[in-house]
Write a protein that binds this ligand. Sequence first.
Ligand SMILES: NC(=O)c1ccc[n+]([C@@H]2O[C@H](COP(=O)([O-])OP(=O)(O)OC[C@H]3O[C@@H](n4cnc5c(N)ncnc54)[C@H](O)[C@@H]3O)[C@@H](O)[C@H]2O)c1
Length: 445
Amino acid sequence: MRVCVVGGAGYVGLVTGVGLALLGHEVMCVDVNSTRVEELENGNSPIQEEGLEPVLAELLQRGKIRFTTSIETGIEQAEIVFIAVATPSLPDGGTDSSHAVTVARDLARLIHRYTVVAVKSTMPVETLDQLDSVLKERLIPGKQFDLVSNPEFLREGRGLRDFFRPDRIVVGSDSEPAFSVMRQVYQPLIDGSAELPEAFRTDTPIPYLETTPSTAQMIKYASNAFLATRISFINEIAGLCQRLNADVGAVVEGLGLDPRIGKAYLQPGIGFGGPCLEKDLTALVRLAQDNNYDPVLLDSVLQRNHLQLIEVQNKLINGMGPSPVGKTVAVLGLAFKEGTNDVRNSLALRLMKDLADSGATVHGHDPLAIPEAEEQFQDATYFENVYEALAGVDAAVVLNSVAEYRDLDLERVAATMKDGLLVDVRGVLNSGDVLSHGLRYDSIG
Ligand SMILES: NC(=O)c1ccc[n+]([C@@H]2O[C@H](COP(=O)([O-])OP(=O)(O)OC[C@H]3O[C@@H](n4cnc5c(N)ncnc54)[C@H](O)[C@@H]3O)[C@@H](O)[C@H]2O)c1
């Protein structure tokens, strides 16, 4: 099929475009970010995703995917248009739908044959209705267009694998012709006929759910709210473990062995940051309030997340002595999670800002995300080498569980740090080893 992905140089858009092209479709990715479009035309991905660049190079060579800043060119031949633009939070917690509305206005002007408009962006059903109204101003529903909700569940860092081996595909629509087009789009994935590289193949059947648009969006919001709840839950349990002398690592193991619970998203840490969980949970809280429903549980999940950042900050500040003024802290792990260069809403950057505001000097290190962090936060010194980041510091905090931190040469760390406080938020270090090198150790739980 001929597919257009609007927002096709972003995380979701690019993975969707590359994934659909690999399934055999002809893909045009449209994006307003001309720098990214140019990079992508040359086969360079602005986002770090495992396995993406080689696949992209091959698809470009075969002419299966193209990038453009022109929506006119992008949708000229398209039978289906995916919208994958950002839907950030508004200051009141609501959803900023302005990018999606701009796209809908363009589509209303440009669509000239029956086209399915599939929304990948996460948005409340009210916003979907808003897009529908914009399209209806110029186009006849059911005849010239159908609007579909097709929420995305990919995890950054393993986005392509998630595209090809999704836990489920959810399609929300009120129109049978639109369902039929969506089935054609995903058919090579569902029936296993797509010729995929070994790493992306799966024999496991992929659940394919067809629902109404509002149910589809609620599946997305409920999924993220549940994941956030697990994170806040285990962070609260970790805080209790520390106060009651219990080992949270062993508690997680014991909890996770219960098949009704499982281990996923039960690692204590600094809390949930990143581009989705907090934004989507805040949007859900806002939706509940707008509909006169009191979201007590969801509110508490957000509150625990806020307190968790303060807990990490206090461990550092109290551990360094009466005042952070004149002290230096190394923050290891700047992306919102390991395996990506995405620092959007990264709690590491919030922590760095809070530390700098309280008078500390801040060093930053990350294996992938230094340029992105530098762009967002300039009041720190960044180091490519982790031992250089640790040189002369009073304390260091490990926020991501990459191998580089797990395998730190503690002898070198002890020799290079000024004072030896290591706050191991992700539990990647062996406390006994750390202490035996004359360093001080603190953790969550
Ligand atoms: N990032 C994730 O892990 C993830 C996972 C699931 C769902 N989502 C949802 O997917 C959506 C996109 O998220 P993202 O992380 O990919 O965002 P992103 O910021 O990485 O990508 C959005 C892209 O849209 C482009 N854009 C904005 N306005 C445009 C316009 N008018 N025309 C063409 N392009 C335009 C931007 O230049 C950008 O490249 C959001 O709703 C998000 O909540 C994201």
